[in-house]
Every structure is written in C-alpha cells, then in structure tokens.
Write a protein of this length. Structure first.
Length: 507
C-alpha cells in the first residue's frame, strides 16, 4: 500500500467479469457473448481515468482485462476459466499494485460452481497478494456471500433500480479506494449480514416504497463520522444457490458503528419484506393485451417480463407473439403492436434471403428454449418482411445500445397489425435508438422483453403493464423450482417463519 508520503502515484489496477446469469434459462453464455476490453479501451470506459482528470496526478491506472455480457444463462466453465486466467495473469504481470478496482456484477453463475464471484475474487486476491486493497463495484441485484466478501476491503452497490447510477457506483468504488490509499489508514472494518429475503427486481424498484426509503437511508448512514460506505443488495432471484438473498455491508473505521448501522439496515429490510410490490400493474399476457387494446393511451407499453434478456432470460420465447396474434383486433390490423427483440438467427437469415417485401413463413422462437415447456414452443409465423437492418441490408447497421454492443442483423416481419423484430443476437431494447428504423411511437402497443421500464421507455409510455409471462426470469419465483437456496427464505417460507438472526459479522 502506498501512503501519501511516498511521492509517487498510486498504482491501481482495473478489471473484472460482469454478467447476470439465470440458472433457469436454457441459454449458455460463451466467450463470444462477452465484450472484452483491455489497455486504453478499458480505461476509456470510465471518465475518471482519463488524462487531465483530478486523479491523473494521484493514480497510475493499470488496465487489466474486463469482460461484460448481456445477462443470460450460466457461463460455460471454459469461458469463465479463460477470462479468470487472463485477469489473474495480467495482475501478476503488472507488478505490485496498491489497489484494484474489481468491476463486477455479483450475480454470475458458472456451470459447475456454487459461488462464482467468490471463486473469481479469491483468485484475484491470490494474484494481488494480501497488501493490495481491493474495492468492488456491484449491481444491487448481486449476491454477497461471506466467502465472497471476505476477500474484499471495500464494496459498494448501485442505489437505484433502474440503474441510473451504475457509472456513479463505479466511480464511488474507485474514489473510496483512492481516498483510503492516500489516507494511509489501511483496511476499514466491514460489517456484513445477509437477510433471508429473496425478491425479484421488479418488486424492489427504488421508484417505489419501501425500496425508495430503504435505499434513501444509505447516504445518511454514509455521512456519519467514521463510515466509509453503506450498501444494500436485494440479491438475484433467478439463481438457485445458497448465497441468493439480500445483504447489507457497512464499511467503517469504527467497528461498533459499522455493526450498529448494518444491523439497523438489515432489520428495516426484513420488517418491510411484505410491503414490496410490483413496480407497475400486472396481469397475465392475455389480460395485459386486452387492457392495452381497450385503453386510449398511446403508445401503451407491455413488459414481457418472464423472457427479459437483461435479467437473464433467453430472449427467444415466442409466447407473447402468439398471444398478440391471438387477439382479434391485432390479428386483423385494427390495432397495431410492435414486439422487438425475439432472438432467432435462422429466421433472420431466412428474411434476408427472401428480401424486403417478401412473404415468408417461419418457425420463430425456441432457438435456446425449445423443449423446456409448452411456453417455449416455436410459433409458425406467416407475414411480410417489412425491415432489414445490419450487414447486408440497405438501411445499414442498426443503431443499437452501445452498452451492450448488440450488433448482428435484424429483420421485422408484419402479420396483421403485429410487427415482430427478430434479432440474430440476444439484444435489449431500452432506448428509442435501439428500435433502429422502426418508430415505436407509430404503434398502439409496444411489447418489450423487459421487466421494469428503463428511463427512455418509461418516459415514452402513455401507460404500461407488467405482464407476468413464463420464462427463465419468471416473476413468480415459487413456480420456478428452486431447491438449493438456504431455507427458510421469504417468500418461499412465510407463515411460522421465526424471527431471523440478523446479527452482523465483522469480516
């Protein structure tokens, strides 16, 4: 560790591996699913690492390797081992590091591992040695086991859902690390406690109570003299592991204060467990479609929440497409709907082969999920190719979300009043630009594979509903079939659930 008196810049490495992985999703995440950055490209991800910034004379940033992927199914073991090996090799080759920013998600599942972040972080700690301070930036939907957290010196998480503060969280983790190293104070105390509650993200949005107040408390806790950081995780509900549950970590110089504040936050979360509600009005697919068609609000957005690729769903289920075309007003064209993001590379290829304006008959959906249940059956779609985007299309590349680097080709097929956007790769639709040449405002309904609406979609919607559809990120946790989670755990257990031990532990 380099105190301020050394007169040299601090050497701080940056690296990590970030993905959210549903163990109920049949998709498997491979190396090709990850965007891997190194060198200057890695440093350019962050504003505070750039030359001329206020930290440029204090810190020498050492880029290691960072890999991030659209959420999906569990990571193949060979992919994980490859990225972990590169990260730890680069740490060892970089020379002594005063600190390391561990830029991760916290809900990665790897085939054959029970606690992937604990395994990764233990390997990082072994590579850095005990003297390096490690600061983790995480998603609040991560899982924080003791085995994971004990390898860290600082850790923090997003305080907003949707995650409008994701980059702010990374910066806070970095600046906390720099401040700690400059001060020469050494490792702070970390008070850690898990809470036996596991809720889906769509019930824990900070737009609503009680999450708004619970997360609103963190800044006031952090402002107390002697506190470095306060963090609260809701956990990740679509993995089936012992670590899956809510957690609190309070980081402080005063161990007693850390324990008191962590215990108070954990108790408040536990006491509020029955108050969490879905972020919007809900219904099954047919109910939501009927209510949206009958409404005068336009555009009316519906979330196909069970197949949300940004929560770990496969993104290949044609279930909602089938329900849209089962509604007479939509099938006839009296009302219109745009349904983006159905992943099917073979169907996209067939549309490109047929060309714009061609009539096609396709079996769409199920490229990952076929055979996993009746909701995953392909849908036979006959319609007209109404848009082609990406390599080989006259309209050029789609304007995708650069945060996910979606890429690939897209084809829109229209039948009656329903237009479905087929994608070559699993692709989120969060912004107006993600829709490419098709304007969502031109349609009565926009049915997106998402949970709670991201900010641009939320602003766009005249009204919206959260459809409780089947899939790898089904909001009805009790019908998914968890069997490895540590019980008792709310809401899997409720009546007769004894008051839990919420005593924090110092790591």
């Amino acid at each position: 560790m380099a105190p301020a008196t050394t007169g040299r810049p601090l050497r701080i490495g940056i690296g990590g591996m970030a993905i959210e992985s549903s163990q109920f999703c049949p998709h498997r995440s491979t190396y090709d699913d990850f965007r891997v950055t190194r060198g200057r490209e890695l440093l350019d991800r962050y504003t505070w690492t750039r030359p001329g910034g206020d930290l440029s004379g204090v810190v020498e940033w050492v880029p290691l390797v960072h890999a991030v992927a659209v959420p999906g199914g569990p990571v193949e073991r060979a992919t994980y081992d490859r990225i972990r090996s590169e990260l730890t090799d680069r740490i060892r080759q970089s020379g002594p590091l005063d600190g390391l920013l561990h830029d991760i998600h916290g809900a990665m599942s790897v085939v054959g591992l029970d606690d992937a972040e604990a395994d990764l972080t233990a390997a990082v700690r072994a590579a850095t040695g005990p003297a390096t301070l490690i600061s983790a930036a995480m998603d609040l939907h991560g899982n924080v086991s003791r085995r994971f957290a004990e390898h860290l010196d600082l850790l923090t998480a997003h305080r907003m859902a949707p995650h409008e503060d994701a980059w702010e969280t990374r910066e806070r983790a970095a600046r906390n690390l720099v401040a700690r190293l400059v001060s020469g104070k050494g490792r702070p105390h970390r008070a850690w406690v898990q809470i036996p509650v596991l809720l889906p993200g769509e019930k824990t949005s900070t737009r609503l109570e009680p999450a708004a107040s619970l997360y609103g408390r963190l800044a006031s806790v952090e402002a107390l003299d002697g506190i470095v950081d306060a963090a609260l995780w809701v956990g990740y509900a679509w993995a089936d592991e012992e670590r899956c549950r809510a957690a609190v970590v309070v980081t402080a110089d005063d161990p007693g204060l850390a324990l008191d504040q962590a215990g108070a936050l954990a108790r408040a979360y536990w006491d509020a467990r029955r108050d969490f509600t879905f972020v919007g009005p809900t219904g099954d697919a047919d109910d939501c479609i009927a209510r949206a068609v009958a409404s005068s609000a336009r555009p009316f957005l519906i979330s196909d929440s069970g197949d949300n690729p940004t929560a770990g769903g496969a993104g290949d289920l044609a279930y909602m497409l089938g329900r849209l075309l089962a509604h007479e007003d939509l099938a006839s064209g009296r009302r219109t709907a745009l349904h983006p993001g159905l992943t099917d590379p073979a169907a996209v290829a067939a549309c490109f082969a047929a060309g714009p304006g061609a009539e096609v008959t396709l079996r769409v959906g199920g490229c990952f999920s076929a055979g996993t249940g009746p909701h995953a059956a392909p849908y036979e779609l006959t319609g007209r190719v109404t848009a082609l985007e990406g390599p080989g299309a006259a309209s050029g590349a789609p304007r995708g979300n650069p945060a996910y680097d979606g890429g690939g080709r897209r084809a829109a097929v229209t039948r009656g009043g329903v237009t479905v956007i087929l994608t070559e790769r699993r692709t989120p639709f969060h912004t107006r630009a993600d829709f490419g040449s098709l304007d969502p405002l031109d349609h009565d309904l926009v049915v997106v594979k998402i949970g709670y609406l991201e900010p641009e979609l939320y602003a766009m919607a005249a009204d919206w509903l959260l459809a409780l559809t089947p899939g790898g990120v089904d909001q009805d946790l009790l019908r998914l079939g968890h069997h490895k989670i540590r019980r008792p755990l709310y809401p899997f257990d409720d009546e007769g659930f004894d008051d839990p031990d919420l005593t924090p532990r110092l790591l």
